[in-house]
Write a protein that binds this ligand. Structure first.
Ligand code: 6LW
Length: 526
């Protein structure tokens, strides 16, 4: 049977998966966004539903003003003895070597009830510096030892530091405290210079070490090693590494960072990240455009006790696997703010300090009280974001906003990071209200509004992003500008493009709080 990839479209990199009975749970990275680490559920591996997040409280996640790409990196999910564990790293800076006080810090959280996001514990931090943490619980059943593997970052090398930068090390840990109980030991150093995303599993008489190598860009690939002795090695290199190879000409690129799962019928599967580029090219910028790094699913077979992923073939948009079927997600999604909580799937940039919104003050409206930050600052502005999931769709919202200050604005945004975004919003000057369109590159343009109606704002997403508005019912859409995909995804001056495009709602004041609220009647993709 054939099915469509990606199975979880939109910005969802570094997938990790676990099965309990007939239920699969999958998590991905969230970087500088809050809440952290979405949890998706599926029974058939194809249709995934967001059921919550692991990091929803400030006691669990404090991301404040990291550069783009900082925050929560590559989590691993595992299940042992009735408990779900998620291991991850938190970065206050993407390039921590520029600030030697800031180390990538690994931690784990746990719960017995994955369906209730409030039950996730506060984090316990590991005392080893690194990222892409993986904890191997299957050894617990063997001799009670727990191993922690991660990619070491050499931040300020000290004499005698034997650890290798960007290479995978392993040590034993005491889970209760997070303290390591042995020296970290090198288990994989890649000729490419980057070995990360380690996952260790046991199957039959072998341990397997999976690694993502070559960096998450055009050279990204997945490697396997096995050991008969144990997780400390020796590790034997697989006969067919990398396990598959997608290149810069392919419809899916930058593939790697796999995790695996066995279904209840004994079939094995791998999940991995890939991007659907919008342009052909082999630069980082060319290949990462669009929805960012998304989650793909492919088959895994064992031959001579070695894994063969996707038959060793390139990952493509149509895939085949036993017992699966074609499924196309619908474009339509809408939040009309009729519940007392925000729907799942809205994100803040950074952990918010203040409560700046309400769903109950004006029922049926999302009411935003714009904080004193515009969208270009590293702090947390009053902004709610959603991942762009479909390549071609319309994002739309309806806004009631009657500012009393010339320094405030509310509207909708096409967002990559605080260096790269385009916005369309309502402001006022001494003559009254106007629409202001600020593209990611170039000057803003302004359009006078003649009456006090609610304004519908839209962004048509496709090979370009086109911005428009409608004033009152019956008004035609005024398309007032567009940005090319390239401009919308410009590489920021610092940090990395680990995320994908998002769209959002915002209210702001320039260095002053916005005293009148902005009321949004709905937000939708259609
Ligand atoms: C992830 C790591 C990576 O932790 O990207 O380039 C990081 N390497 O595997 C963020 O997704």
């Amino acid at each position: 049977m054939t099915y469509n990839n990606p199975v979880i479209p939109g910005f969802n990199p570094d997938p990790s998966i676990v099965r309990v009975g007939e239920d699969f749970y999958l998590i991905t990275s969230t970087f500088e966004y809050f809440p952290g680490i979405p949890i998706y559920h599926s029974r058939d591996l194809i249709q995934w539903t967001l059921i919550g997040h692991a990091l929803t409280r400030t006691s669990q996640l404090q991301v404040h003003t990291p550069e783009p790409g900082g925050g929560v990196w590559a989590p691993t999910i595992r299940y042992h003895g009735g408990i779900f564990y998620i291991m991850a790293a938190s970065f206050q800076r993407y390039r921590p070597q520029q600030d030697d006080r800031v180390w990538p810090q690994g931690f784990y959280v746990k719960t017995m009830d994955i369906w209730n996001e409030e039950t996730w514990s506060d984090p316990i931090f590991f005392d080893q510096v690194g990222f892409d943490q993986d904890v191997s619980f299957n050894f617990l059943d063997e001799d009670g030892t727990i191993y922690l593997s991660s990619t070491y970052r050499k931040i300020h090398p000290t004499p005698g530091d034997e650890l290798k930068d960007f290479a995978i090390h392993i040590c034993t840990v005491d889970l209760a405290t997070g303290h390591s109980t042995s020296e970290p030991q090198l288990i994989r150093e890649s000729l490419s210079g980057v070995a990360e995303g380690s996952h260790i599993i046991k199957r039959g008489r072998y341990w397997y070490l999976f690694t993502a190598e070559g960096g998450t860009e055009g050279g990204h690939s997945e490697w396997v090693h096995r050991s008969e002795v144990g997780p400390l090695g020796l590790w034997e290199l697989g006969p067919n590494n990398p396990l598959w190879r997608n290149g810069v000409e392919d419809e899916v690129q930058n593939t790697g960072h796999a995790d695996l799962v066995e279904d209840s019928k004994g079939n094995w599967w791998a999940v991995l990240l890939g991007v659907r580029p919008t342009r052909q090219g082999n630069t980082w910028e060319d290949s990462v455009l669009g929805n960012g790094r998304e989650t793909f699913l492919v088959t895994l077979e064992w031959k001579n006790d070695w894994p063969v992923i996707n038959g060793g073939q390139k990952i493509s948009l149509i895939s085949q696997g036993p017992g699966l079927y074609q499924f196309e997600t619908t474009v339509a999604w809408r939040d009309d703010f009729s519940e007392s909580r925000m729907q799942l799937g809205w994100y803040r940039k950074n952990t918010p300090f203040v409560n700046d919104y309400s769903l109950t003050e004006r029922p049926g409206r999302l009411r935003l009280y714009g904080g004193p930050y515009n969208l270009s600052v590293p702090a947390c502005p009053t902004m709610f974001l959603r991942k762009q999931i479909h390549r071609v769709c319309r994002w739309e919202t309806k806004l009631s906003f009657h500012p009393i200050s010339n320094q405030t604005e509310a509207g909708t945004v096409l967002w990559l990071n605080y260096f790269t975004y385009s916005s369309i919003g309502i402001r006022k000057d001494d003559q009254g209200r106007f629409i202001r369109f600020q593209p990611s590159e170039g000057d803003a343009t302004e359009y006078r509004l003649n009456d006090q109606t609610d304004i519908t704002l839209m962004i048509d997403c496709g090979t370009k992003y086109r911005f428009g508005y409608c004033a009152g019912t019956g008004d035609d859409v005024h398309w007032i500008g567009s940005v090319s995909n390239g401009a919308a995804m410009k590489v920021p001056p610092v940090g990395a493009i680990f995320i994908g495009m998002m769209t959002g709602l915002y209210a702001l004041g320039e260095r002053q709080r916005c005293l009148v609220p902005a009321d949004f009647a709905y937000a939708e993709f259609k």
